[in-house]
Design a protein around this ligand. Structure first.
Ligand SMILES: O=P(O)(O)OC[C@H]1O[C@H](OP(=O)(O)OP(=O)(O)O)[C@H](O)[C@@H]1O
Ligand SMILES: Oc1ncnc2cn[nH]c12
Ligand SMILES: [Mg+2]
Length: 187
């Protein structure tokens, strides 16, 4: 499995430190309130599990699944809701938790969609941000790490469903995905 990896980009202990910092910042901002944390399956699950355990405010959890990448390393640009929320979010303080913002298409769609449901507030937290790849602007309120334009896996992030369980965030070797698809900078 590690033979598929170029190198570690962010090690487990550095992720943990940053997650604690984000948890403290969010707890301060929502002091005295209850927060509905919406995790975006599947990639955000591991980050969300660690993040919410760093919050010292009342929290409820819900999940959505949308799909834009599938078995590829390039966004299809078409975002579909595969699993919707169970909670009515009208009047609630809502925080969307994502693993990564790349083109921004997923979060842009999610933000627009959830705003139509009347939350009292809606903010976005992402562990990773790839600003160089943005196709649409998305305001991110809590940002873990800004990373270069590399395809990363681990800590919830996958390629074709694999590598989510790895404890670090690692850069995937190009030959892992270049052999399977026509991706930018695969020439
Ligand atoms: O900013 P974007 O270009 O839209 O990319 C970001 C999204 O793509 C990945 O999810 P994916 O759709 O691959 O599903 P997954 O979370 O189940 O891996 C990732 O987890 C983000 O949700
Ligand atoms: O670098 C990346 N690794 C895994 N999934 C995604 C989606 N966008 N960018 C990604
Ligand atoms: Mg995702």
């Amino acid at each position: 499995m590690y033979e598929d990896m170029e190198r570690v980009l962010i090690a487990e202990d550095e992720i943990a430190r940053r997650v604690r910092e984000l948890g403290a910042e969010i707890s301060r901002d929502y002091a005295g309130k209850e927060l509905l944390v919406v995790g975006i399956l599947k990639g955000a699950v591991i980050f969300m599990a660690d993040l919410v355990r760093c919050l010292n405010i009342p929290v409820r959890l819900d999940f959505m699944a949308v799909s834009s990448y599938g078995a590829s390393s390039e966004s299809s640009g078409v975002v579909r809701i595969l699993k919707d929320l169970e909670q009515n979010i009208e009047g609630l303080d809502v925080l969307i938790v994502e693993d990564i913002v790349d083109t921004g298409l997923t979060l842009n769609y999610l933000r627009e969609n959830l705003l139509t449901r009347g939350p009292a507030s809606l903010k976005i937290c992402t562990l990773l941000d790839k600003p160089s790849r943005r196709k649409v602007n998305v305001q991110v309120d809590y940002n873990g790490f800004v990373i270069p334009d590399e395809f990363v896996v681990g800590y919830g992030l996958d390629y074709d469903g694999r590598y989510r369980h790895l404890r670090d965030i690692l850069i995937l070797k190009r030959q892992v995905y270049c052999g399977k698809e026509q991706r930018e900078n695969c020439t």
